[in-house]
Design a protein. Sequence first.
Length: 474
Amino acid sequence: MKKAMHLTPQQIVAELDEYIIGQKAAKRSVAIALRNRWRRMNADPEIREEIVPNNILMIGPTGVGKTEIARRLAKLAMAPFIKVEASKFTEVGYVGRDVESMVRDLTEFGITMVKTEMQERVKGKAAEQAQERILDILIPPLNSKDLGFGNLSSNRNTEQAITLTEHGTLPSSDEELNQRTRERFREKLNNGELDDRTIEVEVKKSTSPTMQVFGPGGMEEMGINLQEMLGNLSGKGKTTKRKMTVAEARDILVDEEAEKLINHDDAIQEALERVQKQGIIFIDEVDKIAVSSAGSKGGPDVSRQGVQRDLLPIVEGSTVNTKYGLVKTDHILFIGSGAFHVAKPSDLIPELQGRFPIRVELNSLTEGDFYNILSQPKNALTKQYEAMLASEGVHISFTDEAVKELARIAAEVNEQVENIGARRLHTIMSSLFDELLFAVPDDIKEGNITIDKDYVNQQLESLVKDKDLSQYIL
């Protein structure tokens, strides 16, 4: 997949079309917003800082593709991207997540992303150094203690035999013997002949589990520092000896050596710059922090407007303090999303509404959309079930009438019970394959099975008829 920053808006839409059916307006908006990042960075430097992103508010019922657009955009953008739930945050002073933590999370993700890219660039050198460490264990240098086969003096006969086989003459010194033996074992390592041999490796201790501290403003940063302090007390950074095969050791040691080869200060600076220039924050469930005009002032609504007020400066552009340095949010793209069943976009405070100038309404899905969702995308549910059963040697195929019937039933159940959009297809497909998935591989070991319209109706008849049952299906 090409890097999205260099894709044109039409190419971005074409990429999204491979996974998401319909919703052309939403896809156009995010495509233009993504391309605008590239346009800004290539604009005249005198005006570059003045060009601010146009944030997007996606409005539409559940299960129509709002979050899926965000997920696919994240993979496509290759830029720091996080998805957060607006309902997780509370007003400063209440127990819960501080709104600024979304920027800190984005920064953490950006740093991980940049470090991973840097490690990929030094993988070759890291692999060489990892191989040297494995050789040091198998054939220790003369001045080291025994880690693998015992001291060279005690294994002289074995090594001389190897060396004589290779060269026909005895080595003139211990150093030459050691060097010849290392080269012989280097060849064996490269050929994979030693992959199954067990060795004892000194590796870094795994980090302690993370911990969150909820509380008033600023407490989350204190939580990070407390976590680091506890990590140091528990021996974070120390090493431990573990027995594993050469193949397993190679993977672990390559990662360790790559970590050592990268410049962490440069990684942090590059990540901070990338977060500020290319960062995208997708805020889901925005309607949950909107207070409807008919809503009550007490109860769970007490901090909703407070969250909006805390969110406002971040979306407008402010500076957030993170443990890696200050992050300016002026050019971070914010995409809001919500069903807005109860509250309306106009129930958000006016200042926040103004910060989401592009409004996109996503349409409810029809029977035709369900048919396309089941048959067209690369990750269509029909293809997922085909792949799962193929792993057991059972090959299934769907007739066109069967797929149309599945789409019709999904649309009917959505209409009669509750409209949960494309999520209904998951429950329909789960019910359809319940019997077959249970029978494989005990009763059905292998073979070809065709799913036709009659089979669909037979399996889903009770689901459609029994209204009491279908209302529990999520």
